[in-house]
Every structure is written in C-alpha cells, then in structure tokens.
Design a protein around this ligand. Structure first.
Ligand code: CA
Length: 231
C-alpha cells in the first residue's frame, strides 16, 4: 500500500517540485491550490499526511489546521506546515494548533521529503517502498480491487463492509468512534446512524470469525467506538 499525501500549496512551481520529490519516494500526492478544495478532498478520502501552506488565495492553512484538529476523523492525522520565510508567528501558531512539523520557505524538496518520511514513520503509517504495516501479515488489503483477505482467504464483503474494515485496518490499534467510521464508510451524505455502524460491525465480525474463529479482531470500547486489534 502506498501512503497518500495531500499537498495544499498555491504556488505551482513549489507544488510541482515538492510533488515530484515525494512521488519519487513512493508516495501518492494529491494537490490542491485552494483551502476549499483541500477541505473537500480531505472530507472525501483518507490521507496519511497533509502538507499545508499558510497563505492561500482563499484563506489560511492555519485555519484549516484548526478545523482538522477539531474534527475527530482528522484530529491525529500528521500535518506539516509550510510558510514564507521568517514568519515566526506562523511557526508558533502552527505548532500550537497541533501541526507536527514546520518548514519555512525556501526549503529543499529533499528536506521536505525527509521530514515527511519521518512523520509517517512516527505515525506508524506504511510509507515508502517495503515498509509493511504490522497488520499486513494477517490482513491483505487490495485497494484497487476493494478486497481484503484474512490469513490468505478472501473475505466476501459488501462495499460498506469493505470500507469499514479498510478504515479500521489503516488505523489498526487505534479506537475509532462510530462517527468517524460512519464518515469513512458512508461519507457525509447519508442518513445512517450509529446503529448502522453497530450492525455492520456485527456482520463484519461474523465474517472474520468464519475464517478465524479463534481470534476476536474487532474490540468494542464502551462509549468510544471500535478498534481493530492485530495480534
Ligand atoms: Ca502561498
């Protein structure tokens, strides 16, 4: 699996250089020129890391960062802020708002790529060629075919179940709220409820048990949500 990264940067020359350096390192880069577009992209899909410029034509990367930190689904996604040279205030504010790292312009693309990889390692994501997530020995997620197999056996999952399990897998070992799971598997435009998540988790558990009856992979955390535990 490839780590996915969103780059919010309005300077096309910088964006090109950065995207090139990161893609060469095996990351999949989605580029946004505007805060609004980045917000939409983040809502619509999962990113392992975000690189946010501060000054954008339609707003500030710092405001977006603040929003992301307040939303449960994105509260812990690693964020690296970029900003114009010497804007000390941005640096302080960025770190206070929960950015994980900060780079002042001008920077070298190599430096950025190195910091990105360090953040991904810290987050326990699977970057960069070769590094498999711990769960990969037991679960295999074929993102293109939208199929997951457990201990070598393909699971017969519905589309929702696939998205639910894929999300749990990506954040294995972390507790995911029903709200976050709902957003991941159903998107924004649905009138599904927490109960819907519970029902799908139940059928998902049954399907996992058909392959491996000895292990309870998904645990319930009362009042908090669900967690995929990989032994
Ligand atoms: Ca800018």
């Amino acid at each position: 699996m490839t780590a996915r990264l969103l780059l919010l940067e309005d300077d096309p020359a910088i964006a090109r250089t950065v995207a090139y350096a990161l893609e060469r390192d095996g990351l999949a880069v989605t580029h946004s020129l505007l805060v609004d577009d980045a917000r939409r992209q983040i809502r619509a899909s999962h990113f392992d890391l975000l690189v946010l410029d501060v000054g954008l034509p339609d707003g500030s990367g710092l405001d977006l960062l603040r929003e992301l930190r307040h939303a449960e689904r994105t509260s812990t996604v690693p964020v690296l802020m970029l900003s114009a040279h010497g804007e000390e205030i941005d640096r302080v504010l960025g770190l206070e708002l929960g950015a994980d790292d900060y780079l002042a312009k001008p920077f070298s693309p190599r430096e950025l790529a190195a910091r990105v990889k360090a953040l991904l390692r810290r987050a326990g994501a699977r970057p960069v060629a070769g590094a498999a997530p711990p769960a990969a020995h037991i679960f295999k997620d074929d993102e293109h075919g939208q199929r997951i197999s457990l201990r070598g056996q393909p699971l017969a999952l519905t589309r929702r179940e696939y998205r639910l399990l894929a999300h749990l897998l990506r954040g294995a070992g972390r507790i995911h709220s029903r709200e976050a799971l709902l957003a991941a598997a159903w998107g924004d435009d649905s009138d599904s409820t927490d109960r819907t998540v519970d029902t799908h988790i139940k059928t998902l558990r049954a399907k996992l048990r058909e392959v491996d009856a000895a292990t309870e992979y998904i645990s319930t955390h009362r009042g908090m949500g669900y967690c995929l535990d990989v032994p």
